[in-house]
Design a protein around this ligand. Structure first.
Ligand SMILES: [Zn+2]
Ligand SMILES: [Zn+2]
Length: 133
């Protein structure tokens, strides 16, 4: 299965050749800040399955911790994926940037301990205070 996605301005386009892993709602303060939202829906993707189709020169990164970098479009600010330097073979795709409207398996809510007080979770997925091992 091949999936396409892009940033808000369209400068960055990408394709994923392979399956998305089940996605997690991340309520951590860093995902909230970088998305300007209650949470991010992130899906692990093999780096080897991810191909930039356009906008490589627009892709900027920010080191949000010693181990993690967040990649985003320098023009429109869309977050595209994050990567842990200790795990470079896996990207955590920001599912909201996909253009193909597909069913995605959601498995859990993580970092619920740092979710915003106004963020109400209305489903029965398992919730974890931080990242489950
Ligand atoms: Zn953009
Ligand atoms: Zn997060």
């Amino acid at each position: 299965m091949s999936l396409k996605g892009s940033c808000l301005c369209g400068g960055i386009g990408y394709e994923i050749d392979g399956d998305l892993s089940p996605a997690m709602f991340c309520h951590c303060s860093k995902c909230r800040k970088s998305n300007g939202s209650a949470f991010a829906l992130n899906s692990p993707v093999k780096a080897s399955d991810f191909k930039l189709l356009s906008g490589e020169h627009l892709l900027r990164s920010y080191a949000s911790s010693e181990d993690a970098k967040r990649f985003f479009c320098e023009t429109c600010g869309s977050p595209i994926y994050s990567k842990r330097m200790s795990m470079p073979e896996i990207l955590r795709l920001r599912v909201g940037t996909l253009d193909d409207d597909i069913a995605i398996e959601k498995v859990s809510h993580i970092f619920v301990a740092s979710k915003a007080a106004w963020d109400d979770i209305h489903d029965d997925l398992p919730q974890f205070a931080e990242r489950p091992e």
